[in-house]
Design a protein around this ligand. Structure first.
Ligand code: NCD
Ligand code: ZN
Length: 349
């Protein structure tokens, strides 16, 4: 039995850190990652390079003293995004990627994109500069069933966009379906996908069977078991274009346990222990490093981290806190529903 595992320090290629008091409370829980792609869906969203720089500054101030965590900033694309502003942000190193939220697809996406044609000049500029487009890959058309929204996005939006602009690097964020996995595998190299911890660990029964569990509600919504199996195969395969993006998305307990609860799981504190658990179950601990630490930077054209992270398997299960406190109230920590034995050394946050 492997009791210890050392991997290159991971990164998180999809992370929500929020702002203000919430930011200060959650940021320390992500410092096991050396870098993270920070989602821009604040209210109001981060739409310009200047706003990204200011947000990056607030994140750095919220980190524990001495932390080497590096926030990689993204711009929230709107139909008014200025290609020159994006290019300037890339030039100064503030902007790493831009995020496409179809309007209405998820938390704070109302200002997102309705008409892809309207952002073609920005996308062309991004393709020229080699800047990745991160996509929330779900259509929002009301007639499309919520469980089908990812597959339909590929058909209606992603495939045509890739034909139109094959040079554009695209990340399918939080891929959740066998169709999504197959699409990435079968495509030419410019497309990758992040996978979350909750989609590797749970299927939709966890959300809906025997009672509704709002803390398992996230977007894209948990899918059937066969999709979870496809995601596990992709993540543990070592395939270079699948990598970790936790999509850790904290919301106050009261906002989730509500008649219309918010989408998002706060996974940051347990993401690595959960991942090690999954990779061990799949007999693929030797591929954890590729998924968590190598494939992401390679896709983004960055070097892997020079330092390492150690995980130790303990005899008794770890006891993560069930919630963390913020000045505005508690935030539930993701509970995978199984005992976790892999602990990070040193214990981050
Ligand atoms: C995210 C959030 O709360 O910001 N929620 C989620 O369920 N994943 C938004 C997102 O990534 O869709
Ligand atoms: Zn997200």
């Amino acid at each position: 039995m492997t009791a210890e595992l050392e991997i290159l320090r991971p990164d998180d290629w999809h992370l929500h850190l929020r702002d203000g008091a919430m930011l200060a409370a959650v940021a320390p829980h992500s410092t096991w990652a050396r870098r993270a792609i920070i989602m821009p869906n604040l209210d109001p969203p981060v739409t310009t390079s200047a706003e990204a720089a200011a947000y990056q500054h607030r994140i750095r101030r919220a980190l524990p003293r001495g932390s080497d965590f590096t926030p990689l900033m993204t711009l929230y694309l709107t139909e008014r995004t200025d290609p020159a502003d994006l290019a300037a942000g890339v030039e100064t190193g503030i902007v790493t990627a831009a995020k496409l939220y179809p309007a209405g697809a998820t938390t704070n996406s109302a200002r997102g994109v309705r008409d892809l044609d309207a952002i073609m000049p920005v996308l062309e500029r991004m393709a020229d500069l080699g800047v990745p487009l991160c996509t929330h890959g779900e259509v929002t058309a009301p007639e499309v069933d919520i469980f089908d929204r990812e597959a339909v996005f590929i058909e209606r939006v992603l495939a045509p966009l890739r034909q139109r602009l094959p040079e554009l690097k695209v990340v399918m964020e939080h891929v959740t379906t066998a169709e999504g996995v197959d699409y990435v595998r079968e495509s030419a190299p410019g497309i990758g996908a992040t996978i979350t911890v909750q989609h590797l660990m749970l299927n939709r029964n966890a959300l809906l069977a025997g009672g509704i569990r709002p803390h398992y509600y996230c977007l894209p919504v948990l899918k059937r078991e066969r999709h979870r199996q496809a995601l596990r195969r992709a993540a543990t395969s070592g395939h270079a274009r699948f990598f970790l993006g936790t999509d850790s998305a904290p919301h106050l307990r009261g906002a989730k346990e509500a008649p219309c609860g918010c989408a998002g799981c706060f996974t940051a504190p347990v993401a690595l222990p959960c991942l090690a658990h999954v990779f061990e179950e799949e007999g693929a601990l030797d591929r954890l490093e590729a998924f968590a630490s190598r494939n992401g930077p390679a896709f983004y054209g960055l070097a892997p981290n020079p330092d390492r992270l150690r995980l130790q398997k303990t005899r008794s299960p770890m006891r993560p806190p069930s919630s963390i406190q913020t000045p505005e109230g508690p935030v539930e920590v993701f509970d995978p529903g199984v005992a976790l034995y892999w602990q990070m050394e040193p214990a981050y946050a």
